[in-house]
Design a protein around this ligand. Structure first.
Ligand SMILES: Nc1nc2c(ncn2[C@@H]2O[C@H](COP(=O)(O)OP(=O)(O)OP(=O)(O)O)[C@@H](O)[C@H]2O)c(=O)[nH]1
Ligand SMILES: [Mg+2]
Length: 195
């Protein structure tokens, strides 16, 4: 089984499998992220977007032609043998019940954010807060998207100080891994402090 050179430090003995969910608004790069980081051929449930959703499924990139209709699934083995099972959520708020189901048993959530529409991220963050699942916010860098300082981002997203914020490119495996490792370390921190 492949293993990363990147390290997740101080793994408690016995931690071997972790379920995490990748969330975020429509078109922020969730499917791309899982496709980039997965060591297995990912399960992808994208289907063509039709005129029926034209008025409700709005996003910054109007050239996108498919959308996730159920979930994405991938797997990544990190250094130390920890196996991360990645579930990608659909982006439309009307699938909130589906996302709640995906969050069942999840140890963490990675919220991808496109700075062209920060407000669209609230839904994902609320679902995670409601489910009591710790999360990391990852700004997925798009070419035409505005750059904001961390202070402005935290303020705009009302992101609590204890929630990590990272920048990544969902198309680049090394960059994508920074988000995953930050999340796993955040999940494991309380376990380490009680070890
Ligand atoms: N520039 C840039 N484009 C990206 C990045 N990540 C994804 N894309 C592109 O953005 C588009 C949307 O990506 P998807 O991965 O389908 O987004 P999604 O969040 O899964 O979308 P839904 O399932 O419809 O909610 C695709 O055309 C990607 O090629 C990124 O980091 N930078
Ligand atoms: Mg998708």
């Amino acid at each position: 089984m492949a293993s990363d050179a990147s390290s997740v430090r101080y793994l408690p003995a016995g931690t071997r499998a972790v379920k995490i969910v990748v969330l975020g608004a429509l078109g922020v790069g969730k499917t791309t992220y899982i496709g980039t980081i997965s060591e297995i051929v990912p399960l992808c449930t994208d289907e063509p977007m039709t005129e029926a959703g034209e008025l409700v499924d709005r996003m910054s990139d109007d050239t996108k032609s498919t959308t996730t209709v159920a979930m994405d699934f991938g797997r990544r083995t990190l250094d130390g043998g920890i196996v991360v099972y990645l579930f990608g959520a659909p982006g439309q708020p009307r699938f909130a019940d589906m996302i709640r189901s995906l969050l069942d048993g999840a140890l963490g959530g990675l919220v991808l954010v496109d700075t062209r529409d920060l407000g669209a991220s609230f839904e994902s963050m609320c679902l995670l807060e409601e489910a009591g699942v710790p999360y990391v916010v990852a700004i997925n860098t798009f070419a035409n998207a505005p750059f904001y300082d961390e202070e402005v981002l935290r303020d705009s997203l009302t992101l609590p100080p204890d929630r990590p914020l990272v920048h990544l490119d969902a198309r680049d495996v090394e960059s994508a891994k920074t988000g995953l490792i930050t999340l796993i370390e955040d999940i494991l921190r309380p376990l380490r402090s009680h070890a």
